[in-house]
Design a protein around this ligand. Structure first.
Ligand code: ME8
Length: 485
């Protein structure tokens, strides 16, 4: 038992959440829930990144003030996360008074440590990515990350001495091999840092929607320096007890396009402030929808809320995690979701419960017996996948277990057996279902609540995921899932 601090990126509120944002938040939720099951003290943070040019522009396009606009969009994020049963402990907004004050404090700290100076910035800026780019970083004159138009910027800015942290960063990576995760993403970062770092512009003279720069209110703090420290401001850095309990973060989770910000800028800022870097930064891949990149112009942006309204939260959570290896790119389609809903969820899990309970309800003998070794599940192996952030693999192993319970039922044919022999089979199946529901509860929490309810047992933690005496009182309820065409 220990502590576990997991974060998602804080999302830009230029638009409502889409399925990509939901993917990251669901993955983090699974980790948070798993660690709670294991008895760890967990802090799960998510939130919104509300300042900067991109959001300022979106508000202006909508004819609203940035504050009114962001309040509306934030509501949409919260509604979507609630519908998806996201169990965050805190939702941080960069427009929170508390965050603003702590950011000013953080920037003053970097200044006191001699890492900030004023200079002239001349170069390119990508508004959608809120990124400064040099001439050599452009591809065909466009942003090398998102491929969109960039604009020329020439202004007086404050700079952070990022160049000073080259060696410290390289040492951080080599001393902590798990810091850059997954491993296959490490080389790119190491090469960027080895190639030499330029000092980073950390203020904007022309952007009004932001936190005033301490000591120079004509400038606003660059949105990434406002955003990255959310991971400590939300804990109440520097004075709050939760900061001492939870920092350093166990893992920051995000999509691959912002890995650089989290593995170069963020630890450099922390080192400058005299704080520990996070233990791990993990970037997952990107998914396309029906093979295409999601974009407004293609009208293929998937709204997680409408999927939940149509299919329920658990099929959405399940399909997203089942669809792609956590870390790699993948593709999402509604057809895949329906296939998982009808196949694995409804046929493997839903039918297993309903056919078992139908027999158990009619059985008047004692439900007891000996655990049959074939039905045992390797919880250590599953936990180790979770520890390595192979959540898709953990789910695969749990699903193999669910299938093995079905196979046991098919082999033992409880419908043709009576008396103590049936009592033993039911014991084995009901306990296996109970154990699998504990293991599945981080992935499909609502469904597992229903399973515990129909079994008439307490939910329990990971330590309860072992064969015990069956103490439930079964009552068959509605099917867990309704198949769709
Ligand atoms: O970058 N596939 O916010 P953002 C998978 N505010 N994940 C996706 C995705 C896709 N197609 N599209 C988006 C920002 N994501 C900054 C972060 S953190 C201090 C500041 C997910 O709204 C993925 O997690 O652009 C990605 O990193 C994130 O949304 C980007 O969210």
């Amino acid at each position: 038992m220990g502590k576990f601090y997991v974060t998602t990126p804080i999302f830009y509120v230029n638009d409502k959440p889409h399925i990509g944002h939901a993917y990251t938040v669901i993955a983090a939720d699974i980790l948070a829930r798993w660690h709670r099951l294991a008895g760890d003290e967990v802090f799960f943070l998510t939130g919104t990144d509300e300042h900067g040019e991109k959001v300022e522009k979106a508000a202006a396009d909508a004819g609203k003030t940035p504050k009114a606009f962001t309040d509306e969009v934030v509501d949409k994020f919260k509604t979507a996360w609630k519908a998806l049963n996201i169990s965050y402990d805190k939702f941080v907004r960069t427009t929170d008074e508390d965050h603003i004050n702590r950011i000013k404090n953080f920037v003053s700290k970097l200044t006191d440590n001699g890492d900030i100076y004023k200079g002239e910035y001349e170069g390119w800026y990508c508004v959608p990515d809120e990124t400064f780019l040099t001439e050599t970083e452009l591809v065909d004159g466009k942003c090398r990350v998102c491929g969109r138009e960039v604009k020329k910027v020439k202004e007086e800015n404050y700079f952070f001495r990022l160049s000073k942290y080259q060696d410290a960063l390289l040492k951080l990576y080599s001393d902590n091999p798990g810091f850059l995760s997954p491993k296959y993403r490490a080389d790119e970062i190491i090469n960027i840092v080895k190639g030499g770092l330029r000092d980073l512009s950390i203020s904007r003279a022309t952007v009004k929607w932001g936190i005033p720069f301490p000591g120079d209110p004509q400038q606003t703090i660059y949105v990434w320096l406002d955003a990255l420290p959310n991971y400590i401001t939300a804990l109440g850095w520097p004075e709050a007890a939760s900061f001492n309990t939870f920092w350093p973060a166990d893992v920051h989770i995000m999509g691959k396009e912002i890995f650089r910000f989290h593995t170069i800028y963020w630890p450099a800022f922390l080192l400058s402030a005299g704080l520990k870097p996070p233990n791990k930064v993990f970037a997952h891949g990107w998914f396309t929808v029906n093979g295409q990149k999601m974009s407004k112009s293609l009208h293929n942006v998937v709204d997680p809320l409408s999927l939940v309204n149509k299919y329920g939260a658990d099929p959405v959570r399940f399909a997203l995690i089942r669809e792609m290896e956590f870390g790699r790119d993948g593709d999402f389609s509604e057809e895949f979701l329906v296939e998982k809903l009808n196949g694995e969820l409804s046929a493997d899990l839903g039918n297993l419960l309903s056919r078992t309970l139908a027999i158990a309800e009619k059985f008047s003998g004692e439900i007891k017996g000996e655990p049959e070794p074939g039905g045992l599940v390797d919880i250590k192996e599953i936990s180790s996948h979770i520890d390595k952030l192979e959540i898709h693999e953990a789910l695969e192993k749990i699903w193999r277990y669910v299938r093995s319970i079905n196979k046991y039922v098919n082999d033992k044919k409880p419908w043709s057996v009576k008396g103590p022999e049936l009592g033993n089979i039911l014991y084995n199946v009901l306990e296996s279902i109970r154990i699998s529901a504990i293991l599945l509860s981080p992935f499909i929490p609502e469904t597992c609540e229903k399973i515990f309810g129909q079994l008439g047992v307490e939910a329990g933690g990971l330590k309860d995921a072992v064969f015990k005496e069956f103490k439930g009182k079964v009552t068959r309820g509605p099917n867990l899932f309704v198949k769709v065409q």
